[in-house]
Design a protein around this ligand. Structure first.
Ligand code: SF4
Length: 357
C-alpha cells in the first residue's frame, strides 16, 4: 500500500499538472533577479497591490547592477506606498552585495543566496528552487497549513520545535529533481484548496489520507502559540512653516520607517490635544520662547502596521522667528514630492492638497 508521504507527493503533483489553474504573473520565471524582486515586493503584500510595483522596478532597473547603482532616495520613492521599508533598504543592500561580491551575477548556491541581506530561508529556498531547481523546500504559511493538516501535526508552527519538525518534513517530501514544480504545487494548493477558511475538503485529492479531515481537526490546524500584540503609538506632527519652507527630517533611528522623511514629531503615550502638546516639555525644548501661532489641526489619521497602530495628527504652526532644530532641515514646500514619506504622511498630504500650510 502506498505510504501517506508518497500519496501526498504524488497526488499533489498530479493536482498541479491536471487541475491547478492558479494564474500568477511570475509563474515559470527562471531569472533569479526577477524571482527575488517579486518575492521581496510580495512579502506581506497582496499580489494585486505588489505587482505594479514589481513591473515598475523591472522597468527602471532591468538588472541587479542597475538597481545597485540607483540613488537610495530614488529607490525609496519607487517603493513608496508598499510599507515595511526595511525590505526596500535590505533589497538595495543585497543588490550592492551581488554587484560587489558576485560581480553582478546572482549567486546560484543556496548558502550564498541566503547570505544576502534581507533573504531568509524561505526566500532563499524559493530562488534556489525556482531559478536553479536546487533541492530546497519552501516553508511559508500555505505550506505550514497543508502539512499540519494532512499529517495532523499539532506542534505550534511558531515554536522552535515546530519550525524544526516542519522544516525536516518539508525537506524529506521534496521529490528528486522536481523541487521547483513541487514547491510551486504545494504553495498553490495551500492558496486555493487547503485554504485558511473553508478549505475545499470535499473535492480535495488528499482527502483519503488527510489526518485533520478524519479527526475533525481541520479548523484547529495549524496551531500557533503567540498571539500578535499590537502596540498603539501617537504621533503629533508639527508642520512648522517658515516663509515658503517647512521643516522635515529623515528617520534614522532603529524604529519603523527608517530612511523615510517626516515633519517635526512629538510622540506622546496617549492621544493629546493641542493645549497639552504646546505646554509639553518636548514642545518647549523645540521652540523655547519663540512666538508662534497654531493655524490648524488635522483630523486624526491611522496607519496599521503588523505590530503597531500609528495614530497621527498634523498641527500647522507659524513661527515668528526661525528656530534652530538640530536634525531637521528646511525645504521648500513645493519640493515635498522629492522626498519619500511614510504612507500616513502621504495620505495626509494628498487628502489636504497642502491646504494646511
Ligand atoms: S482534506 Fe481538507 S484539510 Fe485535508 S489537505 Fe485536503 S483541503 Fe486540506
Amino acid at each position: 500500500m502506498i505510504s501517506p508521504r508518497h500519496f501526498f507527493t504524488e497526488k499533489l503533483l498530479e493536482w498541479n499538472r491536471e487541475m491547478n489553474t492558479r494564474n500568477m504573473p511570475w509563474k515559470g520565471e527562471k531569472n533569479p533577479y526577477r524571482i527575488w524582486l517579486s518575492e521581496i515586493i510580495l512579502q506581506q503584500t497582496r499580489v494585486e497591490q505588489g505587482w505594479p510595483y514589481y513591473e515598475r522596478f523591472i522597468q527602471n532597473y532591468p538588472t541587479v547592477t542597475k538597481l545597485a547603482a540607483a540613488p537610495e532616495e530614488e529607490v525609496f520613492r519607487l517603493w513608496q506606498g508598499l510599507g515595511y521599508y526595511a525590505r526596500c533598504k535590505n533589497m538595495l543592500a543585497a543588490a550592492r552585495q551581488i554587484t560587489n561580491l558576485h560581480h553582478g551575477k546572482f549567486p546560484d548556491q543556496y548558502e550564498e543566496i541566503k547570505a544576502l541581506k534581507g533573504i531568509g530561508p524561505y526566500t532563499a529556498a524559493a530562488i534556489a528552487s525556482f531559478a536553479f531547481n536546487l533541492p530546497y523546500a519552501v516553508l511559508d504559511g500555505n505550506v505550514f497549513r497543508v502539512l499540519s493538516r494532512y499529517f495532523g501535526i499539532e506542534t505550534p508552527i511558531d515554536s522552535t520545535a515546530g519550525k524544526k519538525q516542519f522544516d525536516t518534513l518539508a525537506q524529506e517530501l521534496l521529490p528528486e529533481g522536481a523541487s521547483s514544480e513541487y514547491n510551486q504545487s504545494i504553495m498553490d494548493f495551500g492558496a486555493v484548496v487547503c485554504k485558511p477558511q473553508q478549505p475545499l475538503c470535499a473535492d480535495c485529492p488528499l482527502r483519503k489520507k488527510c489526518v485533520a479531515l478524519h479527526n475533525q481537526l481541520v479548523p484547529l490546524l495549524p496551531i500557533k502559540t503567540k498571539k500578535l500584540k499590537i502596540k498603539k503609538r501617537y504621533f503629533n506632527y508639527l508642520l512648522v512653516n517658515y516663509k515658503e519652507e517647512i521643516f522635515i527630517r529623515k528617520r534614522t533611528d532603529s524604529d519603523i520607517w527608517q530612511n523615510l522623511h517626516e515633519f517635526i514629531l512629538i510622540e506622546t503615550p496617549a492621544p493629546s490635544d493641542i493645549t497639552a502638546i504646546q505646554s509639553s516639555e518636548a514642545f518647549r525644548q523645540l521652540f523655547g520662547n519663540i512666538t508662534f501661532e497654531i493655524d490648524r489641526v488635522s483630523a486624526p489619521f491611522k496607519q496599521q502596521l503588523t505590530h503597531q497602530t500609528i495614530h497621527s495628527q498634523f498641527i500647522s504652526i507659524t513661527l515668528k522667528k526661525r528656530p534652530d532644530l538640530p536634525g531637521y532641515m528646511l525645504v521648500a514646500r513645493n519640493s515635498l514630492n522629492n522626498y519619500a514619506f511614510p504612507k500616513t504622511i502621504t495620505t495626509f498630504l494628498e487628502s489636504n492638497h497642502l491646504q494646511l500650510f
